[in-house]
Design a protein. Structure first.
Length: 202
């Protein structure tokens, strides 16, 4: 399993692992973090040291994804690739236009043999540390064309104390990226310092 991981601030998946909520679930899989993140490596030391790969540093989410795909070209066929990135300029925080429609679709186009799942990009790092917001479990939206891969990622979310929600095909991944950008945009108005979460109630 490859986790396409943004480099800034350890990212949501990094904090999730560091919190220890995913250890049991991750032990069932061979995991590759797309970037070497000291906090995550320290959290996993002695637990996944023989099963976790480490990829090089890069500047910016899209550059990181590009570097990883180049480095592991030909090795990702049949692998579950979790894309948790958001196409945002790291200096201006302006949204970036992705020709393929979304970062997840760009990955899928470049690695057609991989099982790409868009997930975890809509959940802020701080809320993953807490494990909840206002007493509510966190929702994890997933988009993929591969049902088996979607089930694997759903299990990771469930075993981490979150609620996975099937958001449809990979063609809808751009909606997850747009939702995440909206969530970032309204932070000054909410005043929660990235401590809020979107929740589906029914």
């Amino acid at each position: 399993m490859l986790v396409a991981h943004p480099p800034s601030r350890g990212g949501p998946f990094g904090v999730f692992v560091r919190q220890g909520r995913q250890h049991e679930a991750l032990l069932d899989h061979e995991v590759m973090l797309a970037l070497a993140i000291p906090e995550v490596e320290e959290a996993l030391d002695g637990l996944l040291e023989r099963r976790i790969g480490r990829a090089p540093e890069a500047e910016g989410d899209l550059q990181a994804v590009d570097d990883v795909l180049r480095r592991y070209e030909g090795e990702l066929d049949g692998k579950v690739v979790i894309d948790i990135t958001n196409p945002v300029d790291t200096e201006t925080y302006a949204p970036l236009s992705i020709e393929a429609g979304s970062v997840a679709q760009e990955i899928a186009a470049r690695v057609p043999g991989a099982k790409v799942v868009k997930a975890f990009n809509t959940t802020f790092a701080g809320t993953l540390v807490e494990g909840q917001v206002a007493g509510e479990e966190l929702d994890v939206l997933l988009a993929s064309d591969d049902e088996e891969a979607k089930n694997v990622v759903s299990r990771l979310a469930s075993e981490g104390g979150m609620r996975p929600i099937d958001a449809g095909s990979l063609a809808l991944a751009h909606n997850l990226e747009a939702l995440s950008y909206l969530h970032m945009t309204i932070q000054p108005t909410l005043g929660t310092n990235y401590g809020s979460a979107f929740k589906v109630l029914a």
